[in-house]
Write a protein that binds this ligand. Structure first.
Ligand SMILES: [Zn+2]
Length: 491
């Protein structure tokens, strides 16, 4: 049973949810309906119609969906030079005369299209516009092929810099939320998930880690080509390339232990990628990674991808970051203490919450960060520290002393990564658990992942899932935590 929204805010959220779903709807057989839904969705999400998500203005184009990216990159570390070839398969969602791609400060040198006749294309600093010779019908499939090159660098957004970045000796790509166009041409909206092939050729002294499974590695002369295949659809900002003098240590899936999973069942292999000089510290810091995978598999359901990789850079980094199938940590997280361990757990949890199940719009960022933060508190007792309930009550007390001016359900682009989003989101989940009981709560989480993995979602979808699984109206609980600024008490 799902209770219909009653309050005005819930109704508004439901409308936005319906619109966001229309944005991800399949166009086949419903072209007119989708065309009008796109218009409604753009109005609902932005009020202007020029950008699908107001948290990342001027990114993305809701008129088409990319279905596959085939990226073939040659990278010279000395000089930070990128030579790229992108083959982009896409399908139009409405009738179009033109479409836009996002690519920042890299120059396209060759362009061709199959499946539609292109009259001309033009490139400004961050947008490439493709104009067709005549109107292209909704549902048209086409392939765009382009060669591009330049010196990639992080891209500026409302929230700061993100994207391709040089390390002291290598590269990190940390694109959340707006940095994807810093290294490849894309339709940069989270709601457009696609599959990827990422091929990188670079100096043989370096290792390359990218999304998905390593399909081949070939060395020719001084260069090595690494090809990764990602079968599970991914939002553009989660695509990444990590280049460094890394040793890759693969851990085969552990047999279930500690009673977390049924006897005989297995999890997934995971790889530690770290510079040789950090190997000992990294091995110690990540000693519980396999057990974390096991715990979360038990609580959230099967790990949603084929493998997991933790990359440790030689550089220190302010914060770790999740990408689909891997996470990246600075050398400063190679410790056994809680500040590192909680983040090793946090980034892993994003594989379920954020990567497999992804918010269609950034205002719903709590669906990523609240869940990953709650996963830290679930790991805490396993690490011999406070219980999940003690963690929640400690953080409730801390949060209650901070300004009460943040609305979790729409924090605004300036505050989307504010720590209060993380903690309040986690506290909402704890409040839900205390309200419906632990068994039902974890059934909600497993149903959520099972129902929505590889797609994009809204807050309203989560409320509906919780009400569906718990078989009760939870509207008042969610409204207090999501729509009002004051911190509600824990039940
Ligand atoms: Zn996070």
């Amino acid at each position: 049973m799902s209770t219909r929204p009653t309050s005005a805010k819930k109704a508004a959220r439901a409308a936005a949810s319906a619109a966001a779903h229309a944005l991800t709807a399949d166009v086949d057989g419903a072209k007119d309906a989708v065309a009008s839904a796109v218009t409604t969705a753009q109005v609902a999400l932005t009020g202007t119609g020029d950008s699908p998500d107001p948290y990342v203005p001027r990114h993305g184009d809701a008129r088409y969906d990319v279905t596959h990216y085939d990226l073939d990159l040659t990278y010279r570390i000395l000089g930070n030079h990128l030579d790229g070839r992108a083959v982009i398969s896409l399908r139009t969602r409405v009738a179009v005369r033109s479409i836009d791609l996002d690519l920042n400060d890299l120059r396209i040198t060759k362009f061709s299209a199959k499946g539609a006749k292109v009259a001309r294309w033009s490139q400004s600093r961050a947008k490439t516009t493709i104009r067709f010779a005549s109107a292209v019908a909704a549902g048209t499939e086409m392939t765009l092929t382009m060669a591009y090159r330049g010196n990639p660098h992080p891209m500026r957004g409302i929230d700061g810099l993100a994207g391709w970045e040089e390390l002291d000796d290598g590269v990190i790509v940390a694109s959340q939320p707006h940095g994807a166009p810093s290294w490849y041409p894309c339709n940069d909206r989270a709601a457009n998930k696609a599959t990827y092939t990422i091929t990188v050729t670079t100096d043989s002294a370096y290792s390359v880690v990218a999304n998905g499974v390593l399909a081949s590695r070939r060395t020719s002369g001084q260069r090595t080509t690494w090809r990764y295949e990602l079968a599970e659809p991914m939002s553009p900002y989660l695509a990444t390339v990590q280049i460094g003098q890394y040793e890759l240590t693969r851990h085969e899936p552990a047999k279930a232990s500690l009673g977390r999973l049924p006897a005989g069942s297995r999890t997934v292999p995971w790889t530690l990628a770290a510079p040789p000089m950090l190997r000992r510290a990294a091995t110690s810091a990540f000693a519980d990674q396999g057990a974390m995978i096991e715990l979360y598999t038990k609580l959230f359901g099967p790990y949603p991808f084929a493998e997991y990789t933790a990359v440790v850079t030689a550089d220190r980094l302010d914060i770790p970051l999740e990408s689909q199938t891997l996470s990246t940590f600075g050398s400063n997280y190679c410790t056994r203490d809680w500040p590192s361990q909680r983040l090793i757990a946090h980034e892993l949890a994003h594989q379920w919450f954020g990567n497999a199940v992804t918010a269609a719009a950034w205002k719903d960022i709590w669906l990523h960060e609240g869940f990953a933060c709650y996963a830290e508190w679930l790991w805490s007792p396993e690490a011999g520290l406070a219980t999940t309930d003690e963690q929640a009550r400690t953080h409730w007390a801390k949060l209650s002393r901070l300004p009460q001016d943040l609305v979790l359900g729409d924090p605004g682009p300036q505050d989307m990564f504010d720590d209060r989003v993380y903690k309040r989101g986690a506290l909402l989940l704890h409040a839900l658990r205390l309200t419906i009981g632990s068994d039902t709560f974890f059934r909600v989480l497993r149903t959520w992942v099972e129902r929505y993995k590889y797609t994009t979602v809204t807050t309203e979808d989560f409320i509906a899932t919780a009400e569906d699984v718990a078989d009760r109206d939870l509207g008042a609980l969610f409204a207090a935590w999501l729509d009002e600024a004051p911190l509600p008490p824990l039940p």
